[in-house]
Design a protein around this ligand. Sequence first.
Ligand SMILES: C[S@@+](CC[C@H](N)C(=O)[O-])C[C@H]1O[C@@H](n2cnc3c(N)ncnc32)[C@H](O)[C@@H]1O
Length: 277
Amino acid sequence: MFNDLVGLNKRPDPFSVYTVDVLWTDPHISARMLDFHLDAGSNRASRRAASIEGTIGWMDRRFSFKDKSVCDLGCGPGLYSAQMAQRGARVTGVDFSPCSIDYARKTARETGLPLTFNKSDYLKDDLPAEQDIVCLIFCDLCTLSPTQRKVLYNKVHKSLKPGGHFVFDVYSVAQFHQRQEGASYGRRLMDGFWAEGDYFGFMTTFLYGDQKLALDRYLIVEPARRREIFNWLQYFDADTITRELNDNGFCVEQIVDVFSGEQPQTSAGEYAIIARR
Ligand SMILES: C[S@@+](CC[C@H](N)C(=O)[O-])C[C@H]1O[C@@H](n2cnc3c(N)ncnc32)[C@H](O)[C@@H]1O
């Protein structure tokens, strides 16, 4: 146990361990995540319903979804995909969470909307070709290492038609400055989020100031199992993300407020990037 806690308090090299898949594919955790997605008043796995409507509204005004082909990466239970399809898009949702994809497919069958959901990993599997728009919503790019981001940019580039758009959002550097290092633990930490039965959960937060990177490192100790989870979050300034996109064959058309699609009023919150292939 002593060695476990020493390990938990060690600052790992940036992005040296990847455990995002555990969060979204473990049967217990992904079922809890689905509850969060479907809670229209919470921001825990998807944004609140009013925010989703705001984002869909400005994307439709800007790109006009009607008859467009859209790939919604990390679509979760398809909350955005469904609204895009309602506005006339042919949507392919991509997600590796069986729980979310099963829910998304079931809802699509019930509504009869033109939606396809692929249970696949957007870092490993091929994306649909000839897309007008590829989107990645709720700051998922921030969980990826520089190497993984490069893989993703290449896949998105290949998936888009020439002139097609990649639309995604990121956390701002101002949000990084609100974070603090610290540690906490508790029996059934986070209200039973991590496992069905009894467990002790420990969490340490590390900040990497030079890189504007944060890590929440968890140790979950159950009677017969011990797991570690690493949640990395990269925060971006506009120049860095613009440069990164330019280096990967995109041109940034505009940086906008996630909820209104207008010029951001402040640099305090997350923001969306509209990039063109
Ligand atoms: C924060 S949720 C956002 C879901 C959705 N975009 C929304 O805002 O409602 C992130 C989603 O990305 C999915 N995801 C993360 N990494 C993925 C990967 N490599 N391949 C496919 N899906 C992934 C997760 O399963 C999860 O459903």
